[in-house]
Design a protein around this ligand. Sequence first.
Ligand SMILES: *Cc1c(COP(=O)(O)O)cnc(C)c1O
Length: 220
Amino acid sequence: MSIATNLLAIQATIPKGVRLVAVSKTKPNEAIMEAYQVGQRVFGENRPQELRDKQADLPKDIEWHFIGHLQTNKVKYIAPFVSLIHGVESLKLLQEIDKEARKSQRVIPCLLEFHIAEEETKYGLNLQEAREILTGDGFQKLEHISICGVMGMATYTQDEAQIRKEFKNLKLIFETLKKEFFNEAPAFCELSMGMSGDYLIAIQEGSTLVRIGSSIFGSR
Ligand SMILES: *Cc1c(COP(=O)(O)O)cnc(C)c1O
């Protein structure tokens, strides 16, 4: 199946109010252009230099999202243009993003990443750690970042009930933070959850951003 065919089939399953991030990591520019040609404008990447190079070469109306683990020393490569950083899980990283965003005279939208899966290997905060960041002095000083919601990855399993439980938990975290910290902040509205294998469950559980790679572009 072609990229265009895959993409159109997936788009048909995504309701209004949910945005599709086409995860194009490791894929060449030609593959991205094939998706672009059928109207896809939001793409996700997880390597800063690769993202910088693709952004330079590809149409300027693409909205680039950074979806993976971001090292502080690489923020500079993406700060001038990135539309949303999905996986922020430390004050130190927020401070670095703020510093680089200031240089580019922008405000960079960020999502806090939460650890919702059973696997130890996945990154992310718990609710208490997020509260500590959000109430700390360090955070109050940041003027060039905007916290727009939360992101998480479910356990890699066939057990639908398990996945659903983890997405419900992320939704609850989103609502808790909204009530405690962002009630007056309409920008705090994004719930980034769902990948190729579990995005339909994520949508049922309230996802606003699904990040889909292999179902569109083929396996990596
Ligand atoms: C690679 C990746 C995806 C896409 O995964 P697929 O299973 O290929 O859809 C989504 N989110 C993150 C954080 C990723 O690293």
